[in-house]
Design a binder for this molecule. Structure first.
Ligand code: SF4
Length: 493
């Protein structure tokens, strides 16, 4: 059993019994030492694994729970010690993991951790000219039956985006506080082990926000549906300096580790809508994230791997900004607030990822693989299957538009509309030249100009490219953009 398959009812474990199976769980030192993980991320995985092992033992399973130099070394030692007739596992969630287990001769049971298996996604994708999220989402809704009234979408529309995406409210309202679980001796032992093993981590210690057992994850799901989901939709894209979670579910880490299944999460949201407790715009917006976006990203990962890792269509070669690793500060308030939140919680929401961090890296031309691996290690819900399509495809347009039909580039105006960041910033979001110009605004126009030939042929951005052509101060914008990129790379912006 791998560390992101923590469910008794999934794949190979579903049919296992204490009388017939011994469970092997390996804590791989090579994996732990492979990246500079956020401390809450490393803790979350190990603590969740150890609690699940305790649950299996409580059920009567013999569990060979070992710390080993690598997964392969752990399996080899297990084979020597126990000489099992067969070794069976659930298909891993990573390309490298799948290749490794196949090479080691492990029998694989198809994964049912998602609603759409990669083979089903392949059957859907085969022969399509474009793989749009909206087409995939409607296919998922129809075949799985979520939010459907007969063959029609509940509420009469497939998509309630135009009711959502509102700017942040200015009434100073309170947002539902996330549930917190007290930390215990097991958590302390995990943190001590990370230090003892020389695992390099960054970020604040865990504070109990992220559930490390199924029972705690279910408690978070109930609380989200009752308290936050009714308010989720309208402000799902909004950003506030004084509140890090707004009405977001914070369930992605539990989903990605297997503590929750997407069917029960989407089902709970739909049931609340059917009971009249949640407006359709919030229910649809949330269910779209779970059965649409999340599954679409999962499917694309398997459909496009392994070549997808090397995509860099825009030739982006700038280093990761030192501010992202804590090696420098930044005066860009939107970036500073986002990175501070990441440091404290190991999590920021999708618009902070896409339109602050991703947008900056896109328009500054930061190397896509550097951004991917940084996000993978820095977020509590990080995994290669999540980050590759979201970073290479969606945020950085490094796949040349295979996934997203337009680059998600914007100047300071978008961030100002969707947040309260700009009012307290030392930069001026409306200026594009000069030392006080908002770096996002400068880089946005320069990005359109630098990639003019590619994007002038794209109907969704051609108008903005032509607007860049008409800027009287374009030479000064180019000059300031070169300076901004230099300062960003030097950690002086
Ligand atoms: Fe960010 Fe620009 Fe707004 Fe400052 S002015 S917070 S850098 S968007």
């Amino acid at each position: 059993m791998l560390g992101d398959q923590l469910s008794r009812s999934l794949g190979a474990l579903r049919a296992a019994t204490p009388a017939t199976h011994r469970v092997l769980v390996v804590e791989s030192l090579a994996k732990l030492r492979s990246r500079r993980w956020h401390r809450q991320r490393a803790h979350l995985v190990l603590a969740s694994m150890r609690r699940f092992v305790a649950e299996l033992r409580g059920e009567g399973f013999a569990v060979d729970h070992r710390v080993a130099p690598s997964l392969a070394a752990g399996l080899a030692a297990h084979l020597v010690e126990y000489r099992p007739e067969r070794v069976v596992a659930t298909e891993p969630a990573s390309w490298d993991g799948l290749r490794l287990l196949r090479r080691l001769g492990v029998e694989l049971t198809p994964t049912d951790q998602f609603l759409c298996h990669p083979s089903e996604f392949a059957a859907w994708a085969e022969g399509r000219r474009r793989l749009t999220m909206e087409d995939f989402y409607r296919w998922q809704r129809t075949r799985l039956g979520y939010l459907m009234d007969g063959d029609q979408p509940a509420g009469g529309r497939w998509n309630f985006d135009r009711d959502n995406r509102e700017p942040p409210p200015t009434d100073g309202r309170a947002w539902p506080a996330p549930a917190v679980s007290p930390l215990d001796a097991l958590d302390a032992e995990v943190l001590a082990d990370l230090d003892r093993w020389g695992v390099t981590t960054w970020g604040a210690d865990p504070d109990g926000t992220w559930p490390t057992s199924r029972a705690e994850a279910l408690r978070r799901l109930d609380r989200f549906v009752a308290e936050a989901l009714p308010r989720f939709g309208p402000h799902e894209d909004a950003m506030l300096a004084g509140n890090w979670h707004l009405a977001h579910s914070l369930l992605s880490p539990a989903l990605n580790l297997g503590l929750l299944h997407p069917a029960e999460v989407a089902g709970a949201a739909e049931a609340a809508y059917r009971r009249g407790e949640v407006p359709i715009a919030s229910a649809e917006g949330f269910i779209r994230q779970v059965i649409g976006w999340r599954e679409y990203v999962w499917g694309l990962y398997w459909w496009w791997m392994p070549g997808y890792r090397a995509e860099n269509a825009l030739g982006a070669d700038q280093p990761l900004p030192p501010a992202f690793t804590g090696a420098a500060g930044t005066d860009m308030r939107c970036v500073r607030v986002t990175l501070d939140t990441l440091e404290r919680h190991g999590w920021v929401h999708h618009i902070q990822r896409l339109m602050v961090l991703g947008n900056l890296c896109l328009t500054a031309g930061v190397d896509p693989w550097a951004v991917t691996t940084w996000m993978w290690a820095s977020f509590v819900d990080g995994a290669e299957w999540v980050m590759l399509p979201n970073v290479i495809g969606m945020a950085l347009h490094a796949d040349g538009g295979r996934m997203a039909t337009k680059p998600y580039a914007s100047g300071g105006a978008y961030i100002d509309r969707m947040s309260d960041y700009c009012a307290g910033c030392r930069y001026d979001r409306a200026r594009r030249t000069g030392p006080d110009a908002c770096p996002f605004t400068t880089l946005y126009w320069d990005f359109l100009d630098r990639h003019r030939e590619r994007f002038v042929r794209n109907a969704r951005v051609a108008q903005q490219v032509r607007a860049a052509d008409r800027l009287a101060d374009l030479p000064a914008v180019r000059e300031r953009a070169a300076e901004v990129r230099r300062l960003l790379a030097a950690g002086q912006l």
